[in-house]
Design a protein around this ligand. Structure first.
Ligand code: SAH
Ligand code: SF4
Ligand code: F3S
Length: 448
């Protein structure tokens, strides 16, 4: 028997930044329980899957990975296997039936319950599938930031959880519950400690981050998202602020104006448009029109010339005609996004679209539309990257390049990944670099 101090844990993370951040919190919690985090599942005493169910493919991937864990369990019956994240939230205790080798299931808001669940599992009690979707209004956001430890140059900070939107295609409100915001002072306190622990940049996280309202937090009060950004800028020594993901309908004039005057706010916004067709947007319940979105883009570009704008697109949504699809292509043509993520529509059980609309665009047609979108964008992304050649930018050095020795990886203010030669001691610093070459998805540079 290995001693408790030497237990090892492995987490595999799927899905969005919220899951990535949650996995980080789980790791800190496990380390405080004496676990050592490892990079491979084979020899771990605890194997956790932090899962995503945004599209059918993501769900399948999670289930098939979880299935693989039965081999680890077969080799060593003392291995504890757990599932958390959005599949756990969606399927709950049903997962014990589909995956009989599972010991633990917990939802995104039950990280704090993990020590108890582990105790039960060690006693071979397969109890406690705590999956509670709507967090109470007095929900306390887990905070494991210890200023005596070293944190990364760029860290996520949760400012709210859940989503009150009702996008007809989206499973997130069902698996992450209603919005609960975090009190402004707690956010500022966490960022201040991160700064003391070496962090230079924070990415404020929420499913609809710019819908932030302090009145929906335990503390109450009147502060919106722009107010929160100002407060963080004023009351902490953080160098850079980013956020993900904002909703176009909640981009206020006040937020746009901040881009013009708030130096710490990075010149980048990921603003998911989903479709360029007003009629599709209406069926998606997005709450804005094509014209309104274009107006927002123009406002942002006037406030902050050169701001990088990236987006998400869904092709082949219920009833999407060729003309509606062409409107999306036209949107890409007009806006010239800096980069995009594009997806084929995937029907999710329990959403409005799955219940009341027809998933009637064929798989083949979805693929054709996706190809056209990606092909068009590939050119624009490269052209936009090339336009930066010769310019001097400030890169936040995030780490060393895994592929090439002596190369560093950083992000310039507009979020583009940039590689350049330099000493490891620069990791965590902001250094000026000159862009010397553009690649498909990144830039090459030299330190000036
Ligand atoms: N809360 C964020 C991210 C939502 S999920 C936001 O609202 O921006 C990330 C992206 O996945 C979405 O922007 C959307 O483009 C895509 N997506 C969501 N549901 C989908 C579905 N059912 N089928 C295909 N893509 C989907
Ligand atoms: Fe889903 Fe819409 Fe909420 Fe984003 S804003 S998480 S797409 S429901
Ligand atoms: Fe996936 Fe859940 Fe995020 S469904 S995209 S991990 S909120």
């Amino acid at each position: 028997m290995k001693s408790h101090d030497h237990k090892s844990a492995y987490i595999k993370t799927f899905g969005c930044q919220m899951n990535e951040h949650d996995s980080g919190k789980i790791s800190i919690l496990l380390e405080s329980l004496g676990y050592r985090m490892v990079e491979t599942p084979e020899a771990a005493d605890l194997v956790l899957y932090n899962t995503c169910t945004i599209r059918e493919k993501a769900h399948h991937k999670a289930i098939s990975e979880i299935g693989r864990a039965k081999f680890y369990k077969h080799k060593n019956p003392d291995v504890i296997v757990g599932v958390c994240g959005c599949v756990a939230s969606q399927d709950g205790e049903e997962l014990f039936k589909t995956c009989p080798h599972l010991d633990i299931v917990f939802g995104p808001d039950q990280i704090h319950a993990l020590p108890d669940l582990l105790k039960n599992a060690a006693e071979k009690k397969r109890a406690g599938a705590v999956t509670l979707v709507d967090a109470p209004a007095d929900y306390v956001f887990p905070d494991f930031v210890d200023e005596k430890k070293r944190f990364k140059a760029s860290e996520f900070v949760s400012i709210m959880k859940g989503c009150n939107c009702a996008c007809s295609y989206c499973i997130v409100p069902k698996v992450r519950g209603r919005e609960v915001c975090r009190p402004p002072d707690e956010i500022v306190s966490e960022i201040a400690r991160l700064v003391r622990a070496g962090t230079k940049e924070v990415v404020l996280l929420g499913q609809n981050v710019n819908a932030y309202q302090a009145r929906r937090s335990r503390a109450g009060g009147e502060m919106n998202f722009s107010g929160l950004l100002k407060k963080i800028s004023l009351e902490t020594e953080i160098s850079r602020m980013r956020f993900a993901s904002p909703h176009p309908k909640d981009v206020t004039d006040e937020l746009i104006a901040l881009y013009a005057c708030e130096e710490k706010l990075c010149p980048h916004i990921h603003l998911p448009v989903q479709s360029g067709s007003t009629s599709v947007l209406k069926r998606m319940r997005r709450g804005y029109t094509r014209e309104k979105y274009l107006e927002t883009v123009e406002g942002l570009r006037n406030a902050k010339p050169g701001i990088s704008i990236t987006t998400d697109i869904i092709v082949g949504f219920c009833g999407e005609t060729e003309a509606e699809f062409q409107d999306t292509l036209d949107m890409l043509y007009r806006v010239r996004f800096d980069s995009i993520f594009a997806f084929k529509y995937s029907s999710r059980a329990g959403t409005e679209a799955a219940c009341d609309m027809n998933d009637d665009v064929s798989q083949k047609e979805k693929e054709r539309r996706l190809e056209l979108i990606l092909e068009f964008q590939k050119k624009v992304t490269l052209e936009k990257n090339e336009a930066l050649i010769g310019s001097v930018q400030n890169a936040l050095v995030c780490g060393t390049d895994r592929m090439k020795k002596g190369l560093l990886t950083g992000r310039i203010a507009d979020n583009r990944i940039t590689h350049f030669a330099g000493h490891e001691r620069f990791v965590g610093d902001i250094v000026p670099v000159r862009i010397i070459a553009a690649n498909k998805n990144s830039l090459s540079a030299e330190v000036v």
